[in-house]
Design a protein around this ligand. Structure first.
Ligand SMILES: [Zn+2]
Length: 284
């Protein structure tokens, strides 16, 4: 039991990459994959999923985290810091799309830590680069929106904000405005201090009582050993690592299907109440 694998194709063919993941591992972690596999199980014998809107380097980090519960970042050199910040945001958006709460919360912890250590220039660069993607890729009240807003309120210089605010999404500008008012007139503090007082302020697990519980995990050490030998487990563990959450549920043992996931612009159906198959799939 538990040795079946699913192939996840990331990117658009021919510039795609295939990842092999133990079915049980990814089903337990991603509500999107779980819902599609469960929904499609009678139609297709192959275990394949397609993610067209994401990059293989971001999925690689996710895949390695699934097996090790650690974040392996590959960036080196001068641009390492901003590159890590960028990867964390992109990874979070991938986790959001996949419906992987624990991955999102893991990346959020890493992002908060990243913000503590980064240079001012890199912090501002991250906001300018990623704010639009964050607001495009999430819904109202998403913890990442809350974080990037507070991060901006506490880190962005006047010059940068006044020059750039017009090109940001209206929701973002409104939230930052609200954040500045709070900071000035009530008694605010930045994200790092706020998490000390309220650790789960930027997490998405809500009141889930299982988030700290560790379910029984299959031993993947032999698999990981082979992957290290063959060079398919690479990178170094990020110093950003902190992994307190684990909201996994028991997965069902079922015969598995082929599935084409909807593109990001088509939006994933609300989960877990998935009752119909999306009509247009993988159109790019
Ligand atoms: Zn939490």
């Amino acid at each position: 039991m538990g040795n079946r694998v699913v192939t996840i194709t990331v990117g658009i063919k021919p510039d795609h990459e295939n990842f092999t993941v133990h079915e049980r591992l990814i089903r337990d972690s991603s509500t999107l994959i779980e819902a599609y596999l469960e929904f499609d199980e009678r139609e297709h014998p192959e275990l394949t999923a397609v993610l067209t809107d994401y990059q293989s380097k971001d999925f690689l980090i996710y895949n390695q985290w699934l097996y090790t519960e650690r974040l392996f970042m590959k960036a080196e050199g001068d641009g390492r810091s901003i590159s890590e910040g960028r990867s964390l945001i992109k990874g979070y958006l991938l986790g959001h799309y996949l419906g992987d709460m624990k991955y999102r919360d893991t990346l959020m912890d890493a992002l908060i830590k990243w913000g503590d250590g980064a240079e001012t220039e890199d912090r501002m660069k991250l906001v300018c680069e990623q704010a639009i993607a964050v607001f495009d890729g999430t819904e109202a009240k998403d913890p990442l929106r809350r974080f990037i807003t507070d991060f901006t309120v506490w880190n962005t210089e006047y010059e940068l904000w006044s020059k750039n605010y017009k090109r940001f999404p209206q929701d973002f500008v409104a939230m930052v405005s609200h954040g500045y008012a709070y900071r000035c007139h009530i008694l605010g503090s930045g994200p790092s201090k706020r998490v000390i007082l309220q650790a789960c302020l930027y997490h998405c697990h809500g009141d889930n009582p299982f988030y700290k519980a560790k379910p029984e995990r299959q031993d993947y050490s032999v698999f990981l050993f082979v992957r290290r030998l063959t060079g398919t487990l690479t990178g170094r563990p990020a110093r950003l690592d902190r992994t307190p959450h684990n909201p996994r549920n028991a997965a069902r043992q079922t015969l598995l299907p082929t599935m084409n996931l909807p593109t990001r612009n088509q939006r994933a159906p609300r989960l877990p109440s998935l009752t119909t198959r999306p009509k247009t799939l993988d159109t790019r």
